[in-house]
Design a protein around this ligand. Sequence first.
Ligand code: NPQ
Ligand code: MG
Length: 366
Amino acid sequence: MKITGIELRRIKMPLVAPFRTSFGTETERDVLLLRVVTPDAEGWGECVAMSDPLYSSEYVDGAADVLRRFLIPALPAHVDAHGVNRALRPFKGHRMAKAALETAVLDAGLRTSGESFASFLGAEADRVPCGVSVGIMDSVPRLLDAVAGYLDEGYARIKLKIEPGWDLAPVRAVRERFGDDLLLQVDANAAYTLADAPHLAKLDPLNLLLIEQPLANDDMVQHARLATKITTPVCLDESIESAEHAAAAITLGACSIINVKPGRVGGYLEARRIHDLARAHGVALWCGGMLETGIGRAANLALAAMPGFTLPGDTSASRRYYATDITAPFELDEGHLEVPTGPGIGVAPVPAILDEVTVSTEWITV
Ligand code: NPQ
Ligand code: MG
């Protein structure tokens, strides 16, 4: 496939409500979109980096810079997704930028051949159960109202963001109010240290599905220690940036569950490697979320439909984050989202909506 050029487009999407995690509060999503243009088709990719390097070291301006300065110029004249992966391999890090480029090229190629992203990945389900991530709130009553609202919408699983000072009381309150059958898990975004193990063990009686990334991203050994001190299963998010990291975590016993985010691991091909590895080791997977627009959401649904993804993901409906999505909105149906079946990722931005949220565009000839 020959690439004519690539458009970098910055959009600004207001969130329906502020989203607070242990690393900060977001009120709008600053997104970099890639549009790969070929003679036969266009492909889309969404970069999941945040505007500030708070979740990981990547940030949107940095991703745009490395794309225009190094990654896009390294593409061969004729390329497929595996070729992109190979061409980008010499450059260290910048996995979210690489993932966006690989996805856009993959989408263009699949649209040309007429195959869906789900079929390409080896997905088996045609709909996936969805969970929702609930931010840190000002008070427990507000949290209970928010959770009640999401359960009314049909979400199959609730994830509560936690941090020191916002953990035992809110999680206990949610468990007490909504009962033992609620699928409930927590995400600390690296806010604790191993010294907090006795405190985190107080979550044990609450029957959580998992605790996600309790310790720092580079604390793999400490996560293995923590896993022996608490009964809640440990799930890793930030720590897993590649299939090699996943193999190390599994060998160490640092986690029994992995949150897979294609952006964090450098793309869907790497995400598929992690899928195959984890499945072979009986490690459960679920698809994470980075407040994606419909573009990233569509591709994540294809991933979440692979057979190793056995837990509900953070693949929420469009309206969880955005009053108006840039694609046709994804809407819950009995707690599930449908996996797109059209060629490529199966969705495209609505031009008028996209123009309205666009802050800047840049065209790079390849
Ligand atoms: C997580 N996501 O699993 C993340 C982290 C996260 C859905 O909980 C702007 C952009 C704000 C990306 C806040 C969920 C964000 C963000 C949190 C990602 O750890
Ligand atoms: Mg997380």
